[in-house]
Design a protein around this ligand. Structure first.
Ligand SMILES: [Zn+2]
Length: 206
């Protein structure tokens, strides 16, 4: 795309690095910003920079947090004996939106996927096993999407913690196979958490 300004060209190139944004959309966004007051671009830049520089991950559950321990983990009203294992922070948001789950979370940061080069060591599985080893956990709920990678990850974790005498369950498969949690509607998701099944039972469905 020929542009009359190197500055515009640079901005468009940066914006189009974002997922789902092509050069055309990037150009539209850049031109839009040029029409807005300067402060709008300043606020946007500052928000993005602060997000990137200041955001932290909860040292307990690895959820995105502004503080060392996130609001969920530090909430004394939550049931610390139940941990819901999810793939990423969007799943925490989706489950929190249902308002039905009162336990804590553990954010894995992905799923085991050899094709994508993701092995167990790239996920927060070791810290999860540590949480179980500490002895306060009574139940682990697997809430990963029911894809092959999700099942592989669940089973890998299950093997590591099955000797610790805790209940393991999986969210009920009201959610279709392959559906991502974040796209499930809140009612279905809430129901599937409330009607969770013993993990061993869910294995038979694989
Ligand atoms: Zn936390």
């Amino acid at each position: 795309m020929e542009m009359s300004s190197k500055l515009l060209e640079k901005a468009v190139a940066e914006i189009s690095l974002l997922p789902g944004i092509g050069k055309r959309t990037a150009l539209r966004l850049a031109l839009h910003l040029l029409k807005q007051p300067l402060e709008q671009t300043q606020h946007l830049s500052n928000a993005l920079l602060r997000l990137r520089e200041d955001i932290r991950f909860c040292t307990i559950c690895h959820n995105i947090s502004d503080t060392e321990v996130c609001e969920i983990c530090s909430n004394a009203l939550r049931d610390a004996s139940v941990i819901c294992v999810v793939e990423d922070v969007r799943d925490v948001m989706a489950i929190e939106n249902t308002g039905l789950f009162k336990g804590l979370y553990h954010v894995l940061g992905g799923k085991i996927s050899p094709i994508d080069g993701v092995g167990p060591s790239q996920l927060t599985i070791v810290p999860l096993v540590e949480r179980v080893k500490q002895g306060n956990v009574k139940e682990l709920i697997f809430a990963l999407s029911s894809t092959m990678e999700g099942d592989t990850t669940n089973f890998y974790i299950y093997k590591q913690i099955k000797d610790y005498n805790i209940v393991t369950s999986a969210i009920a498969r009201g959610i279709g196979v392959g559906d991502e949690l974040e796209f499930a509607d809140e009612v279905t998701l809430g129901r599937s958490i409330m009607h969770r099944v013993p993990f061993e039972t869910s294995l038979r469905d694989i």
